[in-house]
Ligand binder design. Structure first.
Ligand code: NAD
Ligand code: TYD
Length: 350
């Protein structure tokens, strides 16, 4: 059956993988990509589908409520998959307001426009893509489940938690058909080099310092980005209204361990003697409020919808490193312009 789906943030890292998956997998659907093209949005991520007849790009800002109202009036979308957000914790510490605007008010604007224009909601679905960071931080043991209480601790995670609450409030108050997923740290091609792995890949290549925050023993659960896109597809089509699904890779790594593995792979790919780039590691001042450990229990998604991650970290990290080295033009483009200013502002005083 043909559907008209609005994906927001489709020019970003995860959104671009999702757009490509949906455009290729569902030729009968029309996939609309609404994106403001902030520093994190890049149409180069989408060149493989830009001419596809079932793909349409719309430049626009979810902070612009009248624009959204008009958009929903003129297009009878069957569903929304909402990814547009400010997404980087370090930026949220320096500039929280833009996170509040886009992640909270922007999400409310979208909910409002959809609810106003979707009649009795029959056949409609609003899917909100969120993060495991809303659950706060874990000690040495335990996993986040869908029942874990919210305890966000950075401006980023607080803004995502707030948007999750608004989406659920629309379900309870208006019977509005929503579904939410909370996912762990993604990695793979097309990620902006402010996040740990693409930043370090770029720095290793350029023989620049690798700024490891604090003691480097912070733990993240890493997921191959295409596995996340696959999970979103399954949840969008088969998830139950009002439900939350956790998505994770069963793939916990301490930062320093994943950095050492990355160095091993990069030295090999760059033809350097093994261990050469270890000298680039520099322990720097910690991130304020740094969450110690994230780890996801994704059993519900596996049991109810049959999703499991596909790639092991060693394989995924190698594919990732190879992709960035083979796509140096992409990296050069996204690090031109204001990137150096961002980098100096973020790292000069650490
Ligand atoms: P990203 O920063 O790479 O991309 C965000 C996209 O949203 C960009 O294309 C940007 O131009 C667009 N955007 C930002 N503000 C906008 C606005 N006001 N109006 C319209 N478009 C706007 O982010 P990402 O890493 O791809 O994350 C996508 C979503 O997934 C976010 O909601 C994030 O919270 C969530 N998430 C990310 C991760 C992760 O590891 N990256 C993990 C779990 C959940
Ligand atoms: P990041 O990629 O920013 O994702 P998040 O904070 O959303 O988990 O960071 C991943 C981990 O790497 C986190 O523990 C912070 C750490 N980190 C560094 O040690 N140095 C860096 O320069 C960056 C960007 C992150």
């Amino acid at each position: 059956m043909s559907k008209r789906i609005l994906i927001t943030g489709g020019a970003g890292f995860i959104g671009s993988h999702l757009v490509k998956l949906m455009v290729n997998k569902y030729p009968d659907y029309t996939i609309f990509n609404l994106d403001a093209l902030t520093y994190a949005g890049n149409l180069e991520n989408l060149t493989s589908v830009e001419k596809a007849p079932n793909y349409k790009f719309i430049k626009g800002d979810i902070n612009d409520a009248p624009f959204l109202e008009e958009l929903f009036k003129t297009h009878d979308f069957d569903g929304v998959i909402h990814l547009a957000a400010e997404s980087h914790v370090d930026r949220s510490i320096k500039d929280p307001l833009s996170f509040i605007k886009t992640n909270i008010v922007g999400t409310l604007n979208l909910l409002h426009a959809a609810k106003n224009n979707w009649g009795d909601f029959a056949g409609k679905r609003f899917y909100h893509v969120s993060t495991d960071e809303v659950y706060g931080t874990l000690g040495e043991t335990g996993l986040f489940t869908e029942e874990t209480s919210y305890d966000p601790r950075s401006p980023y995670s607080a803004s995502k938690a707030s948007s999750d609450h608004l989406v659920r409030a629309y379900y309870h108050t208006f019977d509005f058909p929503i579904v939410i997923s909370n996912c762990s740290n993604n990695y793979g091609p097309y990620q902006f080099p402010e996040k740990l792995l693409p930043l370090f890949i770029n720095n290793i290549k350029q023989n620049k310092e690798l700024p490891v925050y604090g003691d480097g023993k912070y733990t993240r659960d890493w997921l191959w980005v295409e596995d996340h896109a696959r999970a979103i597809d399954v949840i969008y089509h088969e998830g139950k209204n009002g439900e939350t699904y956790n998505i994770g890779g069963h793939n916990e790594w301490k930062n320093i361990d994943i950095i050492n593995l990355l160095i091993k792979i990069m030295d090999e790919l760059l033809g350097r003697e093994a261990g050469t780039s270890n000298a680039l590691i520099k322990y720097v001042t910690d991130r304020p409020g740094h969450d110690r450990r994230y780890a996801i229990d994704a059993q519900k998604l596996q049991d109810e919808l049959g999703w499991v991650p596909s790639l092991q970290m060693e394989e995924g990290l190698r594919l990732t490193a190879e992709w960035y080295l083979a796509n140096s033009e992409w990296m050069d483009n996204v690090t031109s312009g204001s990137y150096q200013k961002y980098y100096d502002n973020q790292y000069a005083d650490r």
